[in-house]
Design a protein around this ligand. Structure first.
Ligand code: GUN
Length: 290
């Protein structure tokens, strides 16, 4: 069994980006600039956005954090989006999800200029990705593809079962895994809450990608010997023993599944850190296309 070490791999990617930025600066060019919009003060969102901004500083990017009150109107938020779209000194930005219930998420995502949509959530980017055209690929699926590619995991002709059909992870990763390319060419099945006999499917899979959000759902009896296991789950489970009051759990019962797997991503330290590295990569690509 080999661990797909997202911490190590994301550090390597960050070093590559840092070097590129340093060379840009040596040539007198402006470094990439990423902005993050955070509405309200949800604990997990604050943590994610905080690490995104810190990572920007590390690689030498400019970064701007825009914090807005949770009771901001949709109209006001759309004004901020227009300003960001028109800011020539900004290469890309993200609007951290989820948004408060009174704001229509779809309307906000549609207002983002696709050229600055480094999250890859705009339909233009999603469509272009699906058609194998140049596009911003959503950071989590992009990170999974990088892990598979860099560890030279064989995906060609393999059966990949994706559990989850979210717009951010399940759906895009199912498209990418089936496309031509180094970590692609897989035969993909998308499973979801209505799937019958899920265990039968996962047991037939050479690669299982869990993006369900239910802690330790995938157990050893649900996977075949030698399977590749990718765990996208990050659920905060209350734990009084832990100083933070919670533990981060993936969708995979790691200890028992690891014994049968050929490759597996841990939680934390697997897909999570890759997501931030790929957001930086997308921002660098946005800068380079300007
Ligand atoms: N919320 C959870 N994951 C993400 C992400 O990748 N981008 C944004 N903007 N919000 C998120």
């Amino acid at each position: 069994m080999e661990i797909l070490d997202g911490k190590k791999t994301s550090n390597e990617i960050r070093e590559e980006i840092k070097e590129t930025v340093s060379a840009m600066k040596d040539l007198g060019k402006r470094p990439p600039h990423l902005a993050a919009v955070l509405v309200g003060s949800d604990g997990a969102s604050l943590t994610y956005v905080g690490s995104k901004v810190r990572s920007c500083e590390y690689v030498g990017f400019d970064s701007t954090l825009i914090r807005l009150e949770s009771n901001i109107s949709e109209e006001e938020l759309l004004k901020h989006i227009q300003d960001l779209n028109q800011d020539d000194n900004l290469d890309g930005y993200i609007v951290q999800l989820p948004l408060p219930k009174h704001i229509n998420e779809e309307k906000i995502l549609l207002a983002i200029d696709p050229k600055k949509d480094v999250d890859g959530f705009h339909p233009t980017n999603f469509g272009r990705m699906s058609l194998e055209l140049n596009a911003f690929i959503p950071a989590t699926p992009f990170g999974i593809m990088q892990l598979l590619e860099r560890y030279k995991v064989s995906t060609n002709g393999k059966h990949c079962v994706v559990v989850g059909r979210s717009h951010i992870v399940g759906r895009p990763i199912s498209i990418l895994m089936s496309q031509k390319g180094p970590a692609g060419n897989a035969t993909v099945t998308v499973a979801h809450s209505q799937t019958e006999n899920l265990e039968k499917l996962t047991r037939s899979a050479d690669i299982v990608i869990m993006a369900l959000g239910i802690p330790e759902y995938l157990t050893a009896d649900m996977v075949k010997e030698g399977a590749v296991i990718i765990d996208v789950g990050i659920t905060r489970v209350p734990d009084k023993e832990h100083p933070k009051g919670y533990l981060i759990k993936g969708d995979v019962a790691y200890e028992e599944v690891a014994k049968k797997a050929s490759f597996i991503t841990p939680v934390p330290g697997g897909v999570g850190p890759m997501t931030i590295a790929m957001l930086l990569q997308n921002t660098l690509l946005a800068r380079q296309s300007n």
